[in-house]
Write a protein that binds this ligand. Structure first.
Ligand code: ADP
Ligand code: MG
Length: 332
C-alpha cells in the first residue's frame, strides 16, 4: 500500500515547481496577501512557503495530510473553480509520502501557533506550541528522498528545476493581484539571496512592470478578445518588432481563470503568428483565458498544469483570428 501511495504521490508532485505550486495555491486559497517562498540549496535541502492567510484550525490538525482531506468545499462555496480543479486533498498527503512535512499554523482564534510533524503516511506524529503570527508555514525537507531514482534525478537537475520554479513564481507575481510575493534562496554557509520581490500591486499591468521592468512594458500592447463559447483572453503581447531572438519560454505566461497552466499549443500559435511577421522573433506574451469550468477537462494530468478543453480547436481558431487582427497594421 505504501508503494502505491508513493507512486500516486509522484504523479501529483512531479518536481520542485509542482510541489511549490501546490503550496502557493493553498496560500492563495487561504486568502494570503503575503507569501514567501524560502529555499535551501535551491530547494534540494528544503523549501518552505510562509503565508499570512487564515491559518488551519486545530480540528483539522489530525486529518490535514490524510489523502483526500480538504476543507475547501465548505470554506469556498463560491470558488467553483477550485473544486473543479481539485485533485482535492492530495497535495499535503503526497508531499508527506515524498519528503518530510512540517506545518506551523495559527488562526485568529488562537493566541499561539502550533507546530505539526507528519509521517510518510500523512499521520500527525508530533504537536507542540510555538510562536507565530496568524497564517501558515509549510516546510518540506528532502523532497523525493523516498524515491531513490527520482531523488538522484532531482539532485542532478536541481538548477533546471530551480529555473522552472522561478518562472512559475513570476507567473504568480504577474497574475496575483494584491499579493506580496517574495522568494529567497539560502545556500552555502548562510548566503541568502532574494530572487523575487513584489509589492502586491492591484493590477496585472503594474505586476508586469515589477517583473519585467518599465522598458519592457512599453514594448507590449494590450490584448483583449472574445472567443467562442463564452471564453475570452486578456493580457499583453509584444508589439510587432519588439520580440526577442530567444525562444526561452520564460517570457510567455498562459493562465486559465487566473491559474498558471501549460498550453503548448497556445505558445506555438502565438510564436507562429508573430514570427510570420517578424521573421526571427518571439514575443513576450501574457494571456489569461477566461473559460467556463464546464469547458475545461482537467482530469488528464494529475499535476493540473496541462489542461484540455472540450472545444480547444475553435478556441485556438478564434485566437488566431484575434492575433492576426492585433498585428494586421503591419501587413499594410
Ligand atoms: P486541497 O488544497 O485540495 O484542499 P491540500 O492537500 O493542498 O488539499 O490541503 C489540504 C487542506 O489543508 C486544505 O483543504 C486546507 O484546509 C489546509 N491547508 C493547506 N495549506 C494551507 C494554508 N497555507 N493555509 C490554510 N489552510 C491550508
Ligand atoms: Mg491544495
Amino acid at each position: 500500500k505504501g508503494v502505491v501511495h508513493k507512486i500516486c504521490a509522484g504523479q501529483v508532485i512531479l518536481d520542485l515547481s509542482s510541489a511549490v505550486k501546490e503550496l502557493v495555491e493553498n496560500s492563495l486559497d487561504a486568502g494570503a496577501t503575503s507569501i514567501e517562498v524560502a529555499l535551501k540549496e535551491y530547494g534540494e535541502e528544503w523549501f518552505q512557503v510562509i503565508d499570512n492567510g487564515c491559518g488551519i484550525s486545530p480540528d483539522n490538525f489530525k486529518v490535514l495530510a490524510l489523502k483526500h482531506h480538504t476543507s475547501k468545499l465548505a470554506d469556498f462555496p463560491d470558488l467553483q473553480f477550485l473544486t473543479t480543479f481539485g485533485f482535492r486533498g492530495e497535495a499535503l498527503s503526497s508531499l508527506c509520502a515524498l519528503g518530510n512535512l512540517t506545518v506551523e499554523t495559527r488562526t485568529r482564534n488562537e493566541s499561539t501557533a502550533t507546530h505539526l510533524t507528519f509521517d510518510n503516511a500523512g499521520l500527525l506524529v508530533a504537536e507542540r506550541k510555538t510562536a507565530r503570527q496568524i497564517g501558515t508555514t509549510v516546510t518540506v525537507k528532502k523532497l523525493f528522498s523516498n524515491l531513490p531514482v527520482r531523488s538522484k534525478e532531482f539532485s542532478r537537475n536541481i538548477r533546471k528545476e530551480y529555473g522552472k520554479l522561478i518562472s512559475l513564481l513570476n507567473a504568480y507575481a504577474i497574475i496575483a493581484k494584491g499579493v506580496r510575493l517574495v522568494c529567497t534562496n539560502t545556500f552555502g554557509k548562510n548566503m541568502k539571496s532574494v530572487i523575487l520581490k513584489t509589492q502586491g500591486s492591484g493590477s496585472i499591468k503594474d505586476n508586469i512592470i515589477t517583473v519585467f521592468g518599465m522598458n519592457t512594458f512599453t514594448c507590449l500592447e494590450p490584448l483583449s478578445v472574445s472567443l467562442s463559447g463564452n471564453c475570452k483572453v486578456e493580457g499583453f503581447i509584444s508589439k510587432s518588432g519588439y520580440g526577442s531572438g530567444r525562444n526561452t519560454g520564460d517570457r510567455q505566461f498562459v493562465f486559465v481563470n487566473g491559474r498558471p497552466v501549460d498550453m503548448p499549443k497556445v505558445n506555438k500559435l502565438v510564436n507562429e503568428l508573430y514570427r510570420g511577421m517578424n521573421s526571427r522573433q518571439y514575443p513576450i506574451a501574457i494571456m489569461n483565458f477566461t473559460i467556463p469550468t464546464a469547458a475545461c477537462d482537467v482530469n488528464v494530468t494529475p499535476d493540473k498544469r496541462k489542461l484540455f478543453f472540450s472545444d480547444e480547436g475553435s478556441i485556438l481558431q478564434y485566437l488566431r483570428v484575434a492575433l492576426e487582427k492585433v498585428y494586421s497594421p503591419n501587413f499594410m
